[in-house]
Design a protein around this ligand. Structure first.
Ligand SMILES: Nc1ncnc2c1ncn2[C@@H]1O[C@H](COP(=O)(O)OP(=O)(O)O)[C@@H](O)[C@H]1O
Ligand code: SF4
Ligand SMILES: [Mg+2]
Length: 325
């Protein structure tokens, strides 16, 4: 595969006051140019930490291991200045809560201008024109007066559109989007998702889309990676994974959905306790809740294995699964 980003054996351990938290453990991912990869899993599975580790947005208390390769360079060891270049021009980020990511005391226009100034060679007039273009692109009408407004004068959906405009100002090749629609009203969620998909396709960007919504994955992602307790369970083309999962956790997630093919289905709780990531199991973290578990699941860690072209799964029951129910 022609790769834009390759993540190898990413690990993140937090040294918190209450002890160590193994938030991400041995994650491998690859994204091709123009591809939309969904990262899905229940709350607390390590999706946001994975994204923040890739963008190197974690603070010192996080111990990060592995490699994040971007055009042959490991972002985890890149010096600060080179990293700033990649962050803007190569990789853009969009987060769940735009209010937290926007600067409340700067106008939207100034925040877009900062990004343009840092990542393009445009002069002041060029930046003003480009800022208006960007607001048009993300569907904010009346751009000239909107640019003078502050984040609190925007609705939630408008703020997320403004965040997207700021990310796009640097012409990134990859967008990292962490639940970009979760904090919004349902009707606005659809609009923002459609906007993101249109932009990804028009601007030939790739996107790593974090979500806990399998309906969103089904309707937007080329490939999907399923995460549980900081580890990847399975990866593959979306339609194949959702129709014939090869990991017992994916299978349980799909069975927990309310009704076949529910368009906007949220993940429902799977019976049993969520895993402890302060004392990770030597075996499969899903074993205590898994209806397919075998005795070795408690002791042995299932390794990621190729199960079909472009598909991998880390589950001892992978050969017993995969036949659509
Ligand atoms: N700064 C931090 N310090 C300690 N633990 C953290 C920190 N950030 C996240 N975690 C823990 O890491 C785990 C994964 O979190 P997160 O990636 O936010 O989950 P998700 O995005 O999948 O809901 C959670 O158990 C969370 O409590
Ligand atoms: S490895 Fe074992 S416990 Fe883990 S999901 Fe597969 S069958 Fe279940
Ligand atoms: Mg999250």
């Amino acid at each position: 595969m022609n790769e834009l980003l390759r993540v190898e054996q990413l690990g993140v351990v937090f040294h918190a006051a209450r002890g160590r938290v193994y938030a991400v453990d041995g994650v491998d991912l690859a994204i091709a140019p123009g591809e939309v990869l969904g990262l899905v899993g229940e709350s607390g599975s390590g999706k946001s930490v994975t994204l923040r580790a890739i963008a190197r947005l974690l603070h010192e208390e996080a111990h990060i291991t592995g490699r994040v390769l971007w055009q042959g360079r490991d972002l985890l060891t890149l010096p600060a200045r080179a990293l700033e270049q990649v962050r803007g021009a190569g990789i853009g980020t969009i987060f769940q809560e735009p209010m937290a990511a926007l600067n409340p005391v700067l106008s939207i226009g100034l925040q877009i201008d900062e990004s343009l100034r840092a990542h393009t060679g445009l002069d002041a007039a060029g930046r003003r024109a480009r800022a208006r273009e960007l607001l048009d692109l993300v569907g904010i009408a009346d751009a000239a007066s909107r640019l003078r407004q502050y984040p609190h004068e925007f609705s939630g959906g408008m703020r997320q559109r403004a965040m997207i405009a700021i990310a796009l100002a640097a012409n990134p090749k990859l967008l990292l989007a962490d639940e970009p629609t979760t904090a919004l009203d349902v009707t606005i969620q659809d609009q923002i998702l459609r906007l993101l998909l249109r932009l990804v396709s028009e601007l030939s960007m790739a996107m790593l889309l974090v979500t806990h919504d399998l309906g969103v994955v089904a309707s937007t992602c080329d490939r999907v990676a399923v995460m549980y307790a900081g580890r990847l369970c399975e990866t593959g083309p979306t339609a194949q994974v959702l129709h014939a999962p090869r990991h017992a956790y994916t299978d349980a997630l799909l069975r927990a959905l309310p009704g076949e093919g529910a368009a906007r289905a949220r993940l429902q709780p799977i019976p049993g306790m969520p895993p402890r990531i302060d004392h990770p199991s030597p075996g499969c973290p899903f074993a205590p809740r898994c209806t397919h578990a075998e005795p070795r699941c408690d002791r042995e860690r299932p390794a990621m294995q190729d199960v079909a072209p472009g598909r991998a799964s880390a589950c001892f029951a992978q050969d017993r699964l995969g036949v659509a129910a």
